[in-house]
Design a protein around this ligand. Structure first.
Ligand SMILES: Cc1cc2nc3c(=O)[nH]c(=O)nc-3n(C[C@H](O)[C@H](O)[C@H](O)COP(=O)(O)OP(=O)(O)OC[C@H]3O[C@@H](n4cnc5c(N)ncnc54)[C@H](O)[C@@H]3O)c2cc1C
Length: 458
């Protein structure tokens, strides 16, 4: 027998997105339940994530302070395979300890009166009515079963999309993310076992402060980032490899670096996981159900960053449902979906064009891209900020000069530019509303303009 409990909103997943959504909805006076499969003190991301501070402001989440913020806007140097620095700029993101951000957001949620259900196993998502709206979620904690009834269910369970896959309306429209749209990533903070070794590593790379980054190390969309903090006796390591790579993944690339660099000591903390890097699903909601964060593929495709956009999505959901008696009403869900696509979907779809192009390059092409000067500090900075680049006459002239040496590569990237703009515009005119034909027509048009495959619109 299960005990029935009634809420306005049930959020599944207490990572940064789910905790923020629960807290924001509760601050609006909603009765909210937050369900998490793990213990709360180990929920969500447990490593360092780089996040542009403007995304905190936009989401209305207080900017992190130290020690939650480990570093602010340190320099970044992109090196080619020979170890020559090619692009140098002030990295416009902050390094955030996700353990601390997650704790803060879950603490906020608790203070707002959110009821927490930790170490819970999801059982059935019950549906009702002709439109198949979810009405209750059965969960199990030890030998206790609870039936959580709500007007709105929010899937913030990350890549697995635990409610999405159980949803009558969304499972067939939002298919599981394909391998080609996943990146295997690993991040660790390690102690420095040998300071002389760490100094020698830095000296070999020009004694630069901040983050040293190699791209295309494992072919295509792969990256290795190293930040040595001699003062703190720590080194931060980050790797990312396309999930389709035949031999490598994020953790093995990270281990390979450590084997070659025995000055790197024991792991202090960190983790590894798959990141969805496709554009957001065409459908982000259905009556009674909203997808947010990685569950909605709202990760920025340019570099697989999902924290800031998950917080933004949580805020958009809170605003879209704010003045409605029924937070899960079809009109509220349509409003949330349209807000995200119009404001952020276009930038994500635009950078997905670049991500797919980069993924088709071999190691030599990636190296040529860097050595040619086609990748500039201005375009890199825009990508790191998760914004569209501003192509002024000086930047265009700089890129045109670089293009002369790599004409074939330049032609491919030149074709991507208009496609990025077309994708951005297509999303800006998302039709909103609940009309299936209009939504399907928009999705097909956007897919054609951006060159991606359309999600099913049955
Ligand atoms: C190594 C690495 C480095 C990264 N670097 C960056 C970066 O620099 N910047 C950035 O912005 N992003 C980065 N990301 C991506 C970022 O971590 C994710 O986009 C972000 O954590 C997504 O947050 P989320 O809350 O949507 O999902 P998650 O963090 O995945 O949280 C989902 C939560 O749901 C819970 N859950 C899952 N299934 C169930 C279930 N059945 N029932 C109940 N609860 C469930 C999980 O336990 C988890 O707590 C990185 C990812 C990795 C792996």
């Amino acid at each position: 027998m299960s005990t029935p409990r009634r809420f306005d909103v049930v959020v599944v997943g207490a990572g940064s997105t789910g905790a923020a959504a629960a807290s924001m909805l509760a601050a609006r006076g909603r009765r909210v339940a937050l369900v998490e499969r793990r213990r709360l003190d180990v929920a969500g991301a447990r490593w360092i994530n780089d996040i542009p501070p403007w995304l905190f402001d936009e989401a209305g989440v207080a900017r992190p302070e130290p020690p939650e913020r480990r570093c602010a806007c340190v320099p970044i140097t992109m090196l080619d395979r020979a170890g020559t620095p090619r692009v140098e700029l002030e990295r416009p993101m902050w390094g955030i300890d996700m353990r601390a951000l997650g704790d803060r957001l879950r603490g906020d949620a608790e203070r707002q009166g959110v009821e927490l259900f930790a170490q819970a196993r999801l059982l059935e998502l019950e549906h009702h009515g002709s439109e198949g709206r979810p009405v209750a979620l059965e969960i199990e904690q030890g030998d206790r079963r609870t039936r959580l009834e709500a007007a709105l269910f929010v899937d913030a369970s990350g890549l697995a999309g635990e409610l999405r896959v159980r949803s009558r309306a969304l499972a067939r429209r939002c298919l599981p993310v394909e391998r080609g749209d996943l990146v295997s990533a690993a991040q660790q903070v390690c102690s420095i076992a040998d300071r002389a070794g760490a100094r020698a590593f830095l000296a070999r790379h020009g004694d630069r402060d901040g983050v040293l980054t190699w791209s295309g190390v494992g072919g295509g969309f792969s990256t290795l980032g190293v930040r040595v903090e001699l003062d703190a006796d720590e080194v931060e390591l980050l790797t990312g490899v396309e999930a389709t790579h035949a031999e490598l993944d994020g953790p093995s690339l990270l281990q390979a670096f450590k084997r070659k660099n025995p000055w790197v000591g024991a792991v202090v903390f960190g983790g590894a996981s798959m990141i969805p890097v496709r554009r957001p699903y065409d459908r982000l909601a259905a009556p009674g159900l909203a997808l947010v964060g990685d569950a909605a593929c709202q990760t920025f495709p340019g570099h697989g960053s999902g924290v800031g956009s998950g917080l933004l999505a949580a805020r958009m959901l809170e605003r879209a449902t704010a003045s409605r008696d029924d937070p899960g009403a079809a009109s509220s869900m349509a409003d949330y979906q349209a807000r995200f696509h119009r404001e952020r979907g276009g930038v994500h779809a635009a950078y997905d064009v670049i991500r797919r192009l980069a993924g088709s390059l071999g190691e030599d092409d990636v190296d040529r891209l860097l050595t040619s000067g086609l990748v500039t500090p201005a375009t890199t900075s825009a990508a790191l900020l998760q914004r569209m680049p501003t192509l002024g006459p000086r930047l265009v002239a700089e890129i045109a000069r670089a293009a002369v040496d790599v004409p074939a590569l330049a032609v491919r990237f030149a074709a991507a530019g208009p496609r990025m703009l077309a994708a951005e515009r297509a999303y800006a005119v998302h039709p909103g509303g609940v009309d299936d034909r209009a939504l399907g027509g928009w999705a097909r048009r956007a897919a054609w303009l951006a060159g991606h495959a359309v999600d099913p619109h049955p």
